[in-house]
Design a protein around this ligand. Structure first.
Ligand SMILES: [Zn+2]
Length: 252
């Protein structure tokens, strides 16, 4: 067991949220019971995840996408009321870390995605240095963007979108988890031959064709499935807590 303030201090010490300009509050978003023995981690504080956490008697939920974001109207109605009502009725703490969870150099979404894909990080790029630039862990180039896309698709177990005009070997790979399609130009400036992120928007397809840099969109959720359980498992081991990752499938 650990107290809520001690668990918050542990997460904050590891993820250092004060270093980031973020789109929502990082840390304890919803206060629950004081003593915590079991953590459930997940990607998003959706109603399905909250219900699953209740079913396994979690004392705390640790997520990448919390409940509160800049630009919301701030009203506790509809889906927000339902999610909050479940958390409050069951006295469950909600911890959420957004950019700090993307960026942690060993346990974060980007580091863990690279590990899953067999990529090693050589440099960081883009706004707040969130993007990773690296290469195949074996030091060899991918024969083509299609070969890299096939690997991503196999590892993440889902179809991916590939835009590739150049049809060249891929030596330098850039990646940034989630909805980081706006990092594409920074990835090209950093010298990437291919860029992997969760989502693609209309302009990036043209940029990929015109600039000869391949774009792979592998799913926002799929690209962010690894950071939350890595951090929660690490903290649970450190503090003697039980941890379980619950994946609520998401096609997006
Ligand atoms: Zn995200």
């Amino acid at each position: 067991m650990i107290s809520r303030p001690d668990l918050l201090t542990t997460f904050n010490g590891l993820l250092q949220p004060e270093r980031f300009r973020d789109y929502g509050p990082n840390g304890l978003q919803v206060e629950g019971r004081m003593e915590i023995g079991k953590i459930v981690s997940g990607v998003t504080a959706s109603r399905a995840l909250i219900e699953a956490a209740i079913a396994v008697h979690a004392d705390a939920i640790f997520v990448h996408h919390g409940l509160f974001w800049r630009g919301q109207d701030g009203c506790v109605t509809g889906w927000m009321k339902q999610r909050l009502a479940l958390l409050l009725a069951h006295d469950i703490n909600l911890f959420a870390y957004h950019l700090p969870l993307d960026a942690h150099p060993e346990l974060g979404n980007n580091a863990q995605l690279g590990l899953q894909l067999g990529l090693v990080v050589q440099a960081q790029f883009g706004e707040q240095n969130l993007g990773c630039l690296g290469r195949h862990a074996n030091g060899i180039a991918f024969a083509s963007a299609q070969a890299l896309a096939d690997r991503v698709s196999f590892v993440l177990n889902r179809p991916v979108v590939l835009v590739d005009q150049a049809r060249k070997a891929i030596k330098k790979v850039a990646w940034c988890s989630g909805g980081a399609q706006s990092y594409f130009e920074a990835a090209m400036a950093a010298g990437a031959d291919a860029f992997i992120t969760g989502e693609i928007s209309e302009p990036q397809a043209h940029l990929a064709r015109e600039c000869g840099v391949a774009f792979i969109a592998c799913g926002h959720h799929a690209s962010e499935r690894y950071g939350a359980p890595a951090v929660a498992a690490h903290v649970a081991a450190q503090c003697g807590l039980t941890h379980e990752f619950i994946d609520i499938d998401n096609p997006a």
